[in-house]
Design a protein. Structure first.
Length: 116
């Protein structure tokens, strides 16, 4: 499945690729992640958030707690989105960003997708 929108930002050599998908069920999330894991084998993290009706979930994918999945989720909630999955693929650039800049990077990547 192809994303509806994509975005890319680079912060201190780390590349953040935002992917916005329109989904109808949680099963589609599993399919999308199977494809993403093959396509982005060298990515360090793939945090995400989704909402489909009453089903919702977010994940930091081994980033520090609350720095990745929560800012993505906040973009979904703030924009009252439904039937959406937002994934931000991170390729680590060798420089640790710290919690504040990391949170802002994921939020920025997700917001870029919504503003299109």
């Amino acid at each position: 499945m192809e994303p509806v929108y994509t975005s890319e930002i680079v912060i201190k050599k780390s590349k953040f690729i935002g992917l916005y998908y329109e989904i109808k069920s949680v099963n589609e999330v599993e399919e999308i992640f199977s494809e993403l894991k093959l396509e982005h084998k060298k990515a360090r993290h793939m945090p995400y958030a989704y909402k489909v009706g009453t089903e919702a979930r977010k994940s930091d994918d081994k980033e520090p707690s609350g720095t990745a999945g929560t800012p993505i989720w906040n973009v979904i909630e703030r924009n009252k989105l439904d039937g959406v999955l937002i994934v931000v693929v991170r390729y680590f650039g060798g420089v640790k960003l710290g919690s504040g800049p990391l949170l802002r990077a994921y939020s920025h990547a997700a917001n870029d997708l919504i503003s299109r």
